[in-house]
Design a protein around this ligand. Structure first.
Ligand code: ADP
Length: 378
């Protein structure tokens, strides 16, 4: 029996707002998405009232989950600070379900964010790292997945969180079409594939739905995917970030307990400028940049293996040297990297003894070496 929007609305009528009116009359609900028993919506309130609304959010979630046929309910409380209203205090409002007052979505004031603005570590996860890029289409997701696999090959326990909420591509890159189940504690169980624990917003919503999500909701959803997922014990959780360096990315970098970031760039100048912005963003929130990877660095002929530096390769290496951050490696533009990705069978898995897998493992080794302290401590 499929769940309808009307059933969701009927269940929400039974939940009262802090002022006592039914939630459905409080003018705070976003559009409600219902797909295959998975229900998503946000409750949008003024940041000054966010604390009072948290129990309402929890009640709404419980009411929706009680509807027969509902498998998952992800209800985000998003708080906008109205002009002239008092400054919201992020730490006081933050909680395990990710209330994000608008103040948490603005760039931090001053050069460095306070360590207190970081969310708590994820139990069982030794190190969370971000894979980021200044713009889309540079191969960030392909690199994130193959890097995760390279780290796996080093004997580490690795998870992959696809937080690219604007265009989650991990379902396609891994060929995963099943949906995560809930465990006894109602936490989502990540999908196991290629020895990785994988979670993507794309497992839960259709790609089109993800694209219309507004800034604050993005953070709530990602917080939930970090915290409401039974990750188990991991040495490294690789987070595939949304591309770009806007407010949403900055907030993510600030709120996810990152041990470091890897920046993906192509050799073209334009992409390098974007990569520089990425570096500046992580610096601003005190996240160490583990290094830069140059993707599509040179063209490698699939027939004869001849290498052509069609983009004037080496830009990222020079940039890394200039900025004093490690250069992690260069990945050629090669047909088999693209075809294997698009078939859901990444190159590190499909050609484990090939040259590309070796490159990703070498990059993984450089990343692991920098995280050794965190992994050993855990
Ligand atoms: P992003 O996450 O930056 O948007 P993707 O990882 O989705 O980028 O990659 C964009 C396209 O480029 C995909 O079709 C992918 O298969 C291809 N691609 C990525 N890296 C390489 C590479 N090194 N060689 C060939 N194709 C690549």
């Amino acid at each position: 029996m499929s769940v309808t929007q009307q059933q969701v609305l009927d269940s929400l009528k039974q939940v009262a707002s802090p002022r006592g009116v039914p939630l459905t009359n409080a003018n705070v609900l976003s559009a409600i998405s219902v797909t295959d028993g998975k229900v998503f919506f946000s409750i949008n309130v003024d940041a000054a009232e966010a604390r009072a609304w948290e129990s309402v959010r929890a009640q709404a979630e419980a009411a929706v989950r009680a509807i027969p046929g509902v498998a998952t309910a992800m209800i985000a409380l998003t708080a906008e600070r109205k002009p002239g209203s008092p400054q919201a205090a992020p730490a006081a409002h933050r909680h395990s379900h990710g209330v994000q007052p608008a103040s948490a979505h603005r760039p931090p004031q001053g050069a460095a964010a306070s360590p207190m603005s970081k969310q708590a570590e994820i139990p069982g996860v030794a190190a969370v790292i971000a894979v980021a890029s200044g713009k889309g289409g540079v191969g960030k997701s392909t690199t994130a997945l193959n890097l995760a696999l390279g780290l796996r090959d080093l004997g580490l326990r690795v998870g992959l969180l696809d937080a690219d909420i604007y265009g989650p591509s991990v379902p396609r890159l891994t060929g995963i079409s099943e949906k995560p189940q809930l465990d006894d504690n109602r936490k989502m169980i990540p999908i196991k594939r290629f020895g990785l624990s994988i979670m993507s917003i794309g497992f839960l919503v259709e790609e089109d739905t993800a694209m219309i999500w507004r800034g604050p909701m993005v953070m709530s959803a990602i917080t939930q995917m970090l915290r409401d997922v039974a990750w188990g014990t991991l040495d490294i959780l690789v987070v595939d970030m949304p591309p770009g360096t806007g407010d949403a990315q900055l907030t993510l970098a600030q709120n996810v307990p990152l041990k470091g970031a890897v920046i993906i760039s192509t050799p073209q100048d334009l992409s390098l400028i974007d990569a520089r912005r990425g570096l500046a963003m992580f610096k601003k929130v005190n996240v160490p940049v583990l290094g830069i990877v140059e993707n599509m660095s040179y063209f490698q002929c699939p027939e004869c293996g001849t290498r052509s530096d069609i983009f004037g390769h080496g830009g990222a290496r020079h940039e890394a040297e200039r900025l004093g951050v490690p250069f992690l490696g260069e990945i050629p533009l090669h047909m088999s990297i693209r075809t294997t990705s698009d078939e859901g069978n990444p190159v590190v898995v499909s050609e484990p003894d090939g040259p590309h897998a070796a490159i990703y493992r070498a990059i993984g080794t450089r990343v692991r070496d920098q995280l050794q302290g965190a992994i050993a401590a855990a």
